[in-house]
Design a protein around this ligand. Structure first.
Ligand SMILES: Cc1cc2nc3c(=O)[nH]c(=O)nc-3n(C[C@H](O)[C@H](O)[C@H](O)COP(=O)(O)O)c2cc1C
Length: 408
């Protein structure tokens, strides 16, 4: 697609085609939603069906063809995946691991060399091993490189980072796990929110299902750009999120099982074969970032330690080393082998060697239930969005299959 809009200026105005929107007052997927005042479905159209595409606040803000964003996934969402998603008409989101700022800059430049379309960078605000994963130097790289969107996860970014990014014209998004976290993010000035439901893969402390959280956050902030994250892996699940008030979808597990993801082939295969009940939230993993809840595939090590996570000995039991990774492949100095310690929280990537049954493989059961095979990322984007378009064109049918699969 290689369009000209860099996401920092509004897209050309579009005519209005046939429109459809969620009917007001719908509340059929979870009875508990009515506990939240005003959390009914929005009463005005959030999405507009036009030709073969779907327009929302998100597509208009960034000049996208589809309201689709791949989740920022450290070590997995590298430039090839970002480029593929952006070129397909979505927003590619780079997963910036705790990599040195010059490496981040090189990755952003690789994305720019591959697409003229808008993209984003995801940064984790936390520290582990005595090191802050994101620093002011990372922010300065994003500003210097004129990154259209920076999304944050976990901790609250310092006010001076937010101010500097916004002053440079970068949109600042925050992944939130609760209405309270959404309120806080709006208070510090987030331009966009990613509602991470409990089904979501990876580091996740949400206790609320994705659609319920979407509806609650939408009620809290009718005008904010809102994405839905967790269990969205096909057209119907994407349609439901838009129907409940999201402006777009933020998709992780489905994109792990894409050709361009920098995930190990055995990890991709397990995701394609996995089902609704095949993930768990555990605090088992993470000498690098201890004690954090993470939704992962239930493999051998997760099964072995289920319910005993707090009793993991320090130092960990043998084997002390479960494999070898290359943390920042393709970058000068980044190819050095990294000995993965037992309970390492880094996912197995394309160039990891070792026993995958010992490793942390972020994945959502709700998403895996909807994934059949490893496909090119662009094909996933287009097929998911076109199917969502068809489902939304007949939202009566959507009502009938509105049950949310929140088994994780
Ligand atoms: C392999 C993997 C790595 C992830 N790493 C990050 C990350 O670095 N930053 C982040 O904000 N979220 C990360 N997440 C969580 C996603 O942002 C998102 O919440 C989740 O994937 C949505 O649920 P889904 O997997 O069912 O689509 C990761 C998810 C996966 C699958």
């Amino acid at each position: 697609m290689n369009g000209k809009n860099d996401g920092r200026s509004p897209p050309p105005s579009r005519g209005t085609g046939p429109t459809a929107g969620p009917p007001g007052g719908e509340d059929e997927d979870e009875g508990a939603a009515s506990e939240v005042d005003g959390a009914d479905a929005p009463r005005r159209p959030i999405y507009v069906l036009e030709g073969n595409t779907l327009h929302t606040r998100l597509t208009r803000e960034l000049g996208l063809h589809y309201p689709f964003v791949n989740a920022g996934m450290a070590f997995v969402a590298l430039p090839p995946l970002v480029i593929a998603v952006s070129e397909a008409g979505g927003l590619g989101m780079l997963g910036a691991a705790p990599e040195p700022p010059p490496f981040l800059q090189a990755r952003i430049q690789a994305i720019r060399a591959g697409t003229k379309r808008p993209f984003g960078v995801n940064l984790i605000v936390a520290s582990g091993g005595g090191q802050d994963f994101t620093t002011r130097a990372h922010i300065d790289v994003c500003i210097a490189e004129k990154v259209p969107v920076v999304s944050f996860h976990w901790g609250t970014p310092p006010a001076d980072w937010v101010k500097a990014l916004k002053a440079a014209g970068t949109r600042v998004w925050m992944q939130v796990h609760s209405v309270e976290a959404a309120r806080e993010a709006l208070a510090w000035g987030a331009d966009g929110l990613i509602a991470q439901g409990r089904q979501a893969a990876g580091h996740n402390r949400s206790a609320v299902s994705t659609l319920k959280l979407v509806r609650e956050v939408r009620a809290l902030a009718p005008e904010v750009t809102l994405l839905a994250a967790g269990g969205i892996a096909d057209g119907p699940s994407a349609a439901r999120a838009l129907f409940r008030g999201a402006d777009g979808v933020w998709v992780g597990t489905r994109m792990v099982a894409s050709v361009e993801a920098h995930a190990h082939p055995g990890y991709k295969q397990r995701v394609a074969e996995g089902d609704a009940g095949d993930s768990d939230v555990t605090t088992l993993f993470g000498p690098e970032w201890p004690g954090q809840p993470m939704r992962v595939l239930r493999n051998r090590v997760v099964r072995e330690w289920a319910g005993r996570e707090a009793r993991v000995p320090s130092p960990p039991p043998a084997p002390e080393r479960i494999g070898t990774a290359r943390l920042f492949p393709g970058l000068p100095g980044g190819d050095a082998p990294y000995a993965m310690p037992k309970f390492c929280s880094f996912p197995p990537t394309a160039d990891t060697e070792g026993d995958l049954e010992e490793m942390a493989m972020p994945a959502s059961g709700a998403s895996m239930a909807r994934i059949e095979s490893v496909l090119p990322a662009g094909q996933i984007v287009v097929e998911m969005m076109e199917r969502a378009h068809r489902v939304l064109a007949n939202p009566i049918g959507l009502d009938a299959e509105a049950e949310e699969d929140d088994r994780g």
